[in-house]
Design a protein around this ligand. Structure first.
Ligand code: PEP
Ligand code: MG
Length: 754
């Protein structure tokens, strides 16, 4: 049968005029469905919009009964329209009533139409609605008609995203696009925040959809693709990227997609349909996203790479730099990102940030640690949230449960406002406990300390009443800076830190750069396994000037006060001995030039690489104190990347083998009378803190926000029976009880606040 289709170009031209005309929202939609029906010589054209209750409401029709508009709706999955919405795939049928999913709707009067073509209306791969044309007995529609309808659907998707269309939906409902959504992520930093979304890497907004001159659009597209390919090649050549590294893989996949003939052909075809080059990118990306998201095991990484690539191409086309100006933040900002490095987070104005939500990451990843040290609420592993939200959306972040409520309904808001009131009261209660000692009911005194790394988080010491700073992560200063901090700047920071803590002790950890703690100006070649790569002390020994400068800065800052230095990532005792020698040499040099040496200097070793567990007898006599870094120790003991959400929570950090490893350190420290602190994130979580106290660790260093809850637990506990039972379980080869279950039951028996 010859096609009667006038072609997409005429249709798009007419649609452009309709979009530009001054019409109300409903009149515009009515006009659009009329135009489509006329252009495709169809008897019916209907537009259904997905509502927040999952139903598909008829929003406009040409050919069906007009009374059905805004009164007829189909449940999700119901009828052919429901099928298209659920599958996000077009459906083209010669005999629609014969299809098993066909649902008869007498109120619409659609009986006599057998030819049916429906396409999903998509945005970021999510179904917003369905567009249908029907005709009396003319067989299936042509392929070019399907393409044309998909092109029009791209346009409709943008249209209904504008606020103008909000009021059309039948009373009591909302369109699905603005539906409240809940994400079940993982809590990275406790607390509740209510605020407004700012997307870290905002999507490029396409405003110009219909091409005026197809030839010109093709040229724009070709040039943009060429620029994109060149920019990827430049990234390969200007950065020293090692083959096989993750960075290399990403760039390879960019290159593969950018040169993929199928992708380029689809973009070309979309322009042929009458779309502008940028609308073509949006349309093709939408289809690809929809397809990938609906696979049984979506290949999220590939999806992210393709999203990035499409966004890059859109930026080339629109000239949108896409870089958010951190200074523009409004009050109560919640930063939403696919992933975020700790240094990127530090670029934002901390006074306006309340929370961060990311799609990836693990609870002990450094961005989570930095978020905690900034006092932010943080949730990770909130899958696909960046595609679902827009800057400006209302959002609630619950860092305790890991739940994120996007566009929360008033009821949920009210609940959270109440929750925040209760939590404020709890905070007041903790503040009132500030001066109480952290002593258990049976008289065991626990020293509570802060983890810190910024001057901004030091004043909290007064509010929590903690005994001092157990871990000051000096690398944070390097991560915020745009160039290597000079010795003078380092000295100033350390001196100010010492001034702020006053009489309380503070332990400075030597630079722990590397892994996910990227310092741009100290970029090394990309590594395949950065957590196990050239980081921390290894880097320091190879860049001795850097290490010496830092030690000098610390010595000068002390100005005759006591100084405590912690050496990270010790793998073998000889490394600790070497670090000590370097520090002592600097002390000798300072004395020689007549400088003021610290009143006393204690040098501690971090226990975070499993190898050192088997050399503790040699390490202890050399160390003035030791500190367990459970974040790395557990990561390496379990061979599970702390920043990889697929594995980071797979093994319980207080599972038997890990607790046994930590207990080895307790025994060795006792035998040599060396003070022991735990400064990993475990110390700040109540059940975990209880486990640590049970195995004999009595110095716990944690984020300031954890001091209150942990102290509350301590003062309520009788430790002796818990210790006895846990130590027995550690030795008992027969005991089948899991350590966590055991600790929970022991805590419950004493009614401890967890
Ligand atoms: C640790 O590894 O537990 C630790 C305290 O150091 P960081 O988290 O900075 O690696
Ligand atoms: Mg560490």
């Amino acid at each position: 049968m010859p096609t009667r289709f006038a072609g997409p170009l005429v249709l798009l031209r007419e649609l452009r005029e309709t979009m530009a005309a001054t019409l109300g929202a409903q009149a515009r939609l009515d006009r659009i469905v009329d135009l489509i029906a006329q252009n495709m010589q169809a008897d019916v054209c209907s537009f259904y919009v997905l509502r927040d209750d999952g139903a598909l409401e008829l929003f406009a029709t040409h050919g069906l009964k007009s009374e059905a508009v805004h009164t007829t709706s189909l449940r999700s999955g119901e009828g052919l329209v429901g099928l298209i919405a659920a599958g996000a795939q077009p459906l083209n049928l010669a005999n629609a009533p014969a299809h098993p999913a066909f649902a008869h709707r007498p109120e619409t009067g659609e009986d006599p139409y057998t030819s049916f073509l429906g396409v999903p209306v998509l945005r970021a791969g999510q179904t917003l609605g369905v567009l249908v044309v029907q005709a009396r007995d003319r067989g299936a529609f042509q392929n070019d008609e399907t393409e044309a309808l998909l092109t029009v659907a791209t346009l409709l998707a943008e249209m209904i995203s504008t606020a103008e269309f909000d009021n059309l939906v039948s009373t009591g409902s909302d369109i699905d696009l603005r539906r409240a959504r809940t994400f079940e992520g993982a809590g990275f930093a406790e607390g509740v925040a209510l605020g407004t979304v700012v997307l870290h890497d905002p999507r490029v907004v396409v405003t110009n959809f219909v091409a005026e001159d197809i030839g010109a659009e093709k040229t724009r597209l070709d040039e943009a693709i060429r620029t994109l390919r060149l920019s990827i090649d430049t990234m390969f050549s200007t950065r020293d990227i090692k083959a096989g590294s993750e960075h290399h893989e990403i760039l390879e996949s960019y290159r593969m997609f950018a040169n993929d003939r199928g992708w380029v052909r689809r973009l070309d075809e979309a322009v042929d349909q009458g779309l502008t080059a940028e609308a073509a990118v949006e349309r093709v990306q939408n289809d690809t996203r929809a397809r990938m998201l609906r696979q049984a095991d979506p290949y999220i990484r590939g999806l992210h790479d393709l999203d990035d690539l499409a966004n890059r191409l859109l930026r080339v086309l629109t000239g949108d730099p896409g870089v958010f100006q951190a200074r523009e933040l409004g009050e109560d900002t919640v930063l939403v990102a696919r992933n975020l490095g700790p240094a990127e987070l530090l670029e934002y104005d901390r006074d306006r940030l309340r929370a961060i939500v990311i799609e990836e990451g693990g609870p002990t990843s450094h961005v989570a640690i930095v978020a905690r040290s900034l006092g932010l609420v943080a949730v990770g592993q909130a899958q696909n949230i960046t595609a679902m939200c827009e800057s400006g959306d209302d959002i609630i972040v619950d860092g305790s449960s890991g739940r994120v409520h996007l566009r929360p309904p008033p009821g949920v808001q009210a609940t959270y406002i109440e929750k925040m009131r209760i939590s404020a009261r709890r905070q007041e209660h903790f503040a009132a406990q500030r001066d109480a000692s952290a002593v258990t009911k049976d008289g065991v005194e626990i020293t509570l300390l802060h983890n810190s790394g910024l001057l901004a988080d030091l004043p909290a010491l007064k509010e929590t009443g903690a005994a001092g700073v157990g871990l000051f992560r000096t690398e944070l200063q390097f991560m915020i800076a745009s160039r290597l901090p000079r010795m003078k700047e380092q000295t100033e920071l350390y001196a100010q830190a010492l001034d702020t803590v006053g009489d309380k002790p503070i332990t400075f950890r030597l630079l722990d750069i590397g892994g996910d703690k990227v310092v741009p100006f100290l970029r090394s070649t990309a590594e395949e396994n950065p957590a196990m790569g050239w980081r921390s002390l290894r880097l320091a020994f190879d860049r001795l000037a850097l290490m010496r400068t830092q030690v000098r800065a610390l010595l000068q800052a002390s100005g005759g006060r006591p100084l405590s230095i912690l050496v990270p990532m010790i793998t073998e005792v000889s490394e600790f001995a070497q670090a000590r020698v370097i520090i002592q040499k600097e002390v000798a040099w300072l004395k020689k030039i007549g400088g003021t040496a610290p009143q006393s200097i204690s040098i501690g070793a971090m226990i975070e690489v499993p190898s050192i567990l088997f050399e503790l007898d040699r390490l202890m006599p050399l160390a003035d104190f030791v500190s367990i870094g459970s974040n790395d120790l557990v990561q390496f003991l379990t061979a599970a990347d702390r920043a990889n959400p697929r594995v980071s929570k797979r093994y319980d950090a207080i599972g038997l083998p890990r607790l046994r490893a930590m207990h080895l350190v307790v025994s060795a420290a006792r035998a040599h009378d060396v003070p022991l602190t735990m400064c990993g994130e475990l110390a700040g979580r109540p059940i975990e803190a209880l486990a640590l106290m049970a195995i004999g660790i009595d110095r716990l260093s944690m984020a300031a926000s954890s001091i209150g809850p942990v102290k509350e637990l301590i003062v309520a506990a009788r430790l002796a029976p818990i210790r006895e039972r846990v130590l027995k379980a550690l030795k008992d080869t027969e005991d089948p009880t899991g350590m966590r279950e055991l600790l929970i039951s022991l805590a419950q028996a004493q009614n401890l606040p967890l």
